[in-house]
Design a protein around this ligand. Sequence first.
Ligand code: URA
Length: 189
Amino acid sequence: MLSQWTQLETQCKECRQCGLCETRHHVVFGMGNPEADLLFIGEGPGENEDLQGLPFVGRAGQLLDKMLTAVDLDRNRDLYITNIVKCRPPQNRDPKPEEQEACIGWLRNQVSLMRPKMIVCLGRIAAMKLMKPDIKITKEHGQIFKKGNTLMMATLHPAALLRNPSSKPAAFEDYLKLREFLDHGFPEE
Ligand code: URA
């Protein structure tokens, strides 16, 4: 376990623990404020993220920023954002269980250094890996789970909202909830 964020980032960017290192352009460690209360976790970098080395910078990321802005959340100030796997799976396929397992140590180290009050899982892959393997995200998004000392909530992946815009209002309720927590305290605080 590394005790310094910058040291962790440097080592992660040299990672060759799974086959995704062969096809990546950049390791996407994450971006935002590692001292914030909120940690957002997606599934893995897509093409734009792989090319730029930053998470959620494509169309899904633009929608994410719109929803964040609408509740006065700024990804550089109010949260940190990263992914389950730090390298792009070819053709944007789901990351394989062994790739997730090879990568999860980086995320665990990020969580233990950041100690966020709440982890927000963006989409099914992150929610299955971090919350519960049988989560039904269309039903259970917005519900608060407690895991150790950390609160957890899943919301619909912004890419899923691009494919299915009729789910946007339901997903936006989750963002309103986050605003409430930041303004009035997290549950059981
Ligand atoms: N989708 C994700 O899950 N993560 C990203 O960084 C971009 C798109």
